[in-house]
Design a protein around this ligand. Sequence first.
Ligand SMILES: O=C(O)C(=O)C[C@]1(C(=O)O)C=C[C@@H](O)C=C1
Length: 307
Amino acid sequence: MIYTFLGPEGTFTEAALLKVPGSRDAVRIPSSSVNEALDRVRRGEADAAMVPIENSVEGGVTATLDAISTGPELRIVREELVPITFVLVARPGTSLAEVKRVFTHGHAWAQCRAWAASNIPTAEYVPASSTAAGAIALLEDGSLPGDAAICGPIVADEHPELNVLAADIGDNPGAVTRFILVSRPAGLPPRTGADKTTVAVPLPEDHPGALMEILWQFASRGVNLSRIESRPTGEYLGHYFFSIDAEGHARDARVADALAGLHRISPGTRFLGSYSRADAVEPTVGPINADEAFDASRAWVSGILGD
Ligand SMILES: O=C(O)C(=O)C[C@]1(C(=O)O)C=C[C@@H](O)C=C1
């Protein structure tokens, strides 16, 4: 098995990948962006890619939401949750009071904004492709006195040549990021009873109630949603798709029925996978939305038709 992940070594994404059974003994190729990781899977250079999709503070990772919803089809086969804590690091010689620039990933900066405003108010944020890439930039030629980085504690542990200027600097102590493992389309992971299904649904022709029609496909079958976000398709101003996580597996009759309904109202709907939930929480399904109720209703209609 060949895995790729948003690298370099030391990112939270690598920590998520290392939670996958067998991944420690497998080949793990770092990618410098979410797009590169997913393209490696599309080209067959890797079997699966671990990428961030959602943070409890900052919300959806738009690079991932967009990249899995367009281009050659991919499937989410697994999710992992990683608690997020941040440290501020710098090369010896730079103290907290001397920090002028902070290199880090945009999501990390957003999660430390209040801490930065109180403790390093004049520091300039410099975007990096990941938290670990920001820290490693400090070790390269061209790094200046006053440069610092926000990264995970693991990066500081692995690079003793960097000093930790401040620890636990995240504004929300309970921050968690959700990561997805993405493969080329193949058979669905088995239904566990605590599953999630992800779809990308283009908003049907602009008319009143279009979003309600999408939501109704789930609501009328008792399918709870755990995430819904709108993203521009990029085609023209005002054209959006909805990225949706629903509770349940495509092999649950209520979910399959909802998917069929979505396809009727928005034929461009893209199925992005059914996979077990990292928190193993099972949904509450009322009797009218249980598989047996769907089986019985189909049998009843077949009887009417004399099939
Ligand atoms: O930069 C990293 O370490 C990542 O794994 C990316 C990422 C993200 O995209 O949200 C992951 C978790 C943190 O919330 C900050 C950055």
